[in-house]
Design a binder for this molecule. Structure first.
Ligand code: NAP
Ligand code: FE
Length: 369
């Protein structure tokens, strides 16, 4: 198994201001990439721009990244980077702005690159260097060479390349304090989904399982506590730190193993029914866990032992953290979607041969009424 994660990750409180000098080493002009408003609200944007100012780096902000970023919006960000003459980028936000920053860094250096060439890694020029500042505790994008983008056909697909690592990532859980309850739970369930899918991936080994099991071990009680709170403002900095650490552990795990069936099928729920990413993946974890218990019982037993939890506790946490979904699918709709699961490497990456027919059964049970 190949392990490669060359990003310098700096964690802890006030890490940006303490390491500002590392930013000026990347260049003199910087495009800061964010979503609509949360980067400002959580304080991360102000910390980044103060650090850039302190280092004499000129900057401008591109704030056009939406949830589930499109390739088109990344091309727009690439044009903004060129127009400003940016030497490097800083992405601030949840997985959407972080993943968009990765693609923008490629598109900034390769004007006119087609979507097909972007996904295929056919980039004549290497990406601009970039820095990532996470503000959700979910995707682990800070430490992955993965960018999940929505293409012109409306489909979400992952882009993976060894050239997609951040030069530098900052992980300061204080930025997640402003995350509302619903996103705290859905992003936490995304992190838990990464840990579960990675543990039961064909590419898992002792190292990735150590990351995945440790992440799940932190997440099960932390998500239970978060689900108990009526208001996210009641969540303590210590709990936020545990959720954030676990999201990085999940990122380190999937960076090597990739994700499996729930992520692949979850993309469909997000595309078609606009379900938040973590929820869309989390809703399929019970079916994945049931399959693993049948197909690879020893691995399933090791998973519960290493994560210090049991099936009941895990299923209870998922049930409490996931919102009810009012989705109705038809048999015809499912039949039409089958080809996307028939040759999917992400589906084939699950242990124990999770078949497309099982995916259809899983969706029927959940959503065909
Ligand atoms: P997100 O889409 O980045 O953000 C969700 C919402 O939370 C947005 O409304 C955002 O506001 C808001 N928000 C973010 N941080 C906040 C904060 N600190 N305080 C208040 N609000 C905040 O959510 P995400 O779950 O982190 O990312 C999901 C994306 O990542 C999906 O596209 C998914 O496919 C991808 N993903 C990537 C990887 C990977 O390895 N690269 C892994 C899993 C998932 P703004 O719009 O104002 O920013
Ligand atoms: Fe995910």
């Amino acid at each position: 198994m190949k392990h490669y994660m060359p990003t310098r990750l700096i964690t802890g409180s006030d890490s940006i201001s303490q390491s500002a000098a590392l930013l000026s080493a990347l260049g003199e002009r910087c495009l800061v990439v964010t979503g609509k408003s949360s980067a400002k609200k959580c304080g991360a944007l102000d910390d980044v721009t103060a650090a850039l100012d302190a280092q004499g780096v000129a900057w401008t902000v591109y704030d056009g990244v939406c949830q589930n970023p499109t390739v088109d919006s990344c091309a727009e960000g690439g044009a903004a980077a060129r127009e400003f003459g940016a030497d490097f980028l800083v992405g601030v936000g949840g997985g959407s702005p972080l993943d968009a920053t990765k693609a923008i860094s490629v598109l900034a250096a390769n004007p006119g690159l087609s979507e097909a060439d972007l996904y295929a890694g056919r980039w004549p020029n290497g990406p601009k260097p970039y820095v990532l500042v996470g503000t959700t505790a979910g995707t682990g994008s800070e430490v992955t060479a993965i960018s999940v983008l929505t293409g012109a056909d409306g489909r979400k697909r992952g882009l993976k390349s060894e050239r997609l690592y951040a030069a530098l990532s900052f992980g300061d859980a204080k930025y997640t304090m402003t995350l509302p309850r619903a996103f705290t739970l859905s992003t936490g369930v995304d992190a838990l989904s990464h840990c579960i899918e990675s543990y039961f991936s064909r590419k898992a080994d002792a190292l990735t399982r150590a990351f995945a099991a440790r992440g799940a071990r932190l997440l099960v009680p932390a998500l239970a506590e978060a689900a108990d709170a009526e208001d996210a403002a009641d969540l303590s900095p210590a709990l936020r730190a545990r959720l954030y650490d676990a999201s990085i552990l999940g990122g380190l795990a999937i960076n090597t193993t990739g994700t499996t069936v729930p992520h692949n099928v979850g993309y469909y729920l997000t595309e078609q029914y606009h379900v938040a990413h973590g929820t869309a993946c989390g809703v399929f974890q019970p079916a994945l866990l049931a399959h693993m218990k049948r197909a690879v019982p020893e691995t399933a037993a090791a998973f519960y032992a290493e994560t210090c939890t049991d099936e009941d506790a895990l299923l209870t946490v998922l049930r409490r953290a996931l919102p009810p979904l009012d989705i109705r699918m038809t048999e015809e709709e499912l039949a039409g979607q089958m080809p996307r699961w028939e040759n999917s490497p992400q589906v084939a990456n699950a242990l124990g041969d999770f078949t497309p027919a099982q995916i259809r059964e899983m969706l029927t049970e959940l959503f065909v009424k």
